[in-house]
Design a protein around this ligand. Structure first.
Ligand SMILES: [Cu+2]
Length: 373
C-alpha cells in the first residue's frame, strides 16, 4: 500500500509517527485525568431533580441525628439493653444515591472502594477508546483528502517502512498491557477472600423475595418483600425498589455476604456497590462487601427466576457500626464475641464405613502404629 507522497516519503513518515505518539500520550493523559472530572460531572448529573421518586424530606445524616444522645450512648455498649420498639427507624434514602436516575446512561456512582476503582477504570478505558477512534478516523480522512487520485496523481511505490511497522506493532501492545494491568487487578480484587473477622450475612433467594440471615448473631432471618409502588412513592422511596424489610448492614467494615437459592437460581446485585453474585440452590457463594458510608442502596434480583422475577428488589441500609449493633439486638440477635462457645470440630477420622471390609471400615486406630526409627 502506498499512502505516502513520493516527493517527501521520510517527512510524511515522521509526521505519522509523531502524530501517533502525541495522540497516545493524550489518550493516557485523558485516561488518568478522566477519573476526577468524570466523577464530578456524573455527580452533577445525578443530582438533577428528575429522580424517579420525590426527594425525601429527611437526609440520612438528619435521620441519624434524631437518635437521642443517651440512646446513642447505650448503643455504643454492646451489652446494653435496647428497646426493640423504638431503636430503629428506616433511613430515608438520598435522592440519586444508591439508586438509578431518570435519563441515566452510565454506571451508577459507587459507594465501595472496589466500585470506585472499577468506575475509574471504566471511564479511563472510555477515553482511551475515544482517542484511538478519533486517531483512526483522522488518518482515514487525511488519506481520503490528501491521497485521492486528483490530489495525488502519481502515487508512491513505497511498500515497507521498518520504523512505522515497529511503531504500529509496539504502541498497541503497550496500550493493551497498560489496560491489562488494572483490569486483572480489578478481577483479582473481586475474588478477594473476606477476612476472618468479617461480619457474615447470608442472602437466600426465594420465589419471589429475599431472606437475610445473620448466622454470627443468633441466626435470625429477615424476610424482604417489595413494597407496594404507591406506598413507596408516598414514603419518598423509589418505586419497585423499595422493600418492607431492608438488609441492614454495618458501614465501613468488611462483610462476608453469602448467597444461596432456596428454589431456583437468583442473583443478588446492587449496582452502586459493585456487587453481584448468583444465588444458586445447593451452593453457598460468598464475596467480600465493604460499604464506604451509611446510606440506602438499591438493587434487584438479576437472574431471570420466574414469573415475578421483577418484583424481588434488594434494599441495603448501611448504618454506622454502633447503630447496626443496636438494630441486631432489636431483632433479637446476639453478639457472642467473648463468650462464644468453641466451634465443634469435625472428628479427626470419619465415621465407620457402612460397608464391612471396606478400606475405611472399622473403629479409629487406638494404638500408635507408626514405624519406629
Ligand atoms: Cu430472583
Amino acid at each position: 500500500m502506498s499512502i505516502l507522497n513520493s516527493t517527501a516519503p521520510r517527512h510524511g513518515l515522521s509526521r505519522i509517527v509523531a502524530g501517533l505518539a502525541v495522540l497516545l500520550a493524550l489518550a493516557f493523559a485523558a485516561a488518568f485525568l478522566a477519573a476526577g472530572p468524570a466523577q464530578a460531572q456524573s455527580e452533577t448529573t445525578l443530582q438533577a431533580d428528575d429522580l424517579v421518586a420525590p426527594a425525601p424530606a429527611v437526609t440520612p445524616s438528619a435521620a441519624l441525628e434524631q437518635v437521642p444522645a443517651d440512646e446513642a450512648a447505650d448503643v455504643a455498649d454492646p451489652d446494653a439493653v435496647v428497646d426493640p420498639a423504638g431503636s430503629y427507624t428506616p433511613m430515608a434514602p438520598t435522592a440519586g444515591k444508591g439508586m438509578p436516575v431518570n435519563g441515566g446512561i452510565d454506571v451508577q456512582d459507587q459507594h465501595s472502594e472496589i466500585g470506585k476503582f472499577a468506575r475509574n477504570l471504566h471511564f479511563g478505558l472510555f477515553w482511551v477508546m475515544v482517542a484511538i477512534s478519533v486517531f483512526v478516523l483522522a488518518l482515514l480522512i487525511w488519506v481520503v483528502v490528501r491521497f485521492n487520485r486528483r490530489a495525488n496523481p502519481t502515487p508512491s511505490k513505497t511498500t515497507h517502512n521498518t520504523g512505522l511497522e515497529v511503531a504500529w506493532t509496539l504502541i498497541p501492545v503497550l496500550i493493551l498491557v497498560g489496560i491489562a494491568i488494572p483490569s486483572i487487578s480489578l478481577l483479582a480484587r473481586q475474588y478477594e477472600t473476606p477476612p476472618e473477622d468479617a461480619v457474615t450475612v447470608k442472602a437466600t433467594g426465594y420465589q419471589w423475595y429475599w431472606g437475610y440471615t445473620y448466622p454470627d448473631n443468633g441466626g435470625f432471618e429477615i424476610i424482604s418483600n417489595m413494597k407496594d409502588e404507591a406506598q413507596a412513592v408516598a414514603e419518598g422511596e423509589p418505586p419497585q425498589l423499595a422493600v418492607d424489610n431492608r438488609l441492614v448492614l454495618p458501614a465501613g467494615v468488611p462483610i462476608r455476604l453469602q448467597t444461596t437459592g432456596a428454589d431456583v437460581i437468583h442473583s443478588f446485585a446492587v449496582p452502586s456497590l459493585w456487587f453481584k453474585i448468583d444465588a444458586i440452590p445447593g451452593r453457598l457463594n460468598e464475596r467480600l462487601l465493604t460499604i464506604d458510608e451509611p446510606g440506602v442502596y438499591y438493587g434487584q434480583c438479576s437472574e431471570l427466576c420466574g414469573a415475578r422475577h421483577a418484583y424481588m428488589p434488594i434494599a441495603i441500609e448501611a448504618l454506622p457500626v454502633d447503630e447496626w449493633r443496636a438494630w441486631v439486638l432489636a431483632q433479637g440477635g446476639t453478639f457472642g464475641d467473648a463468650e462464644e462457645a468453641e466451634p465443634e470440630l469435625a472428628p479427626v477420622q470419619g465415621p465407620e464405613s457402612a460397608v464391612p471390609g471396606a478400606p475405611g471400615a472399622g473403629a479409629p486406630p487406638t494404638e500408635d502404629t507408626s514405624p519406629t526409627t
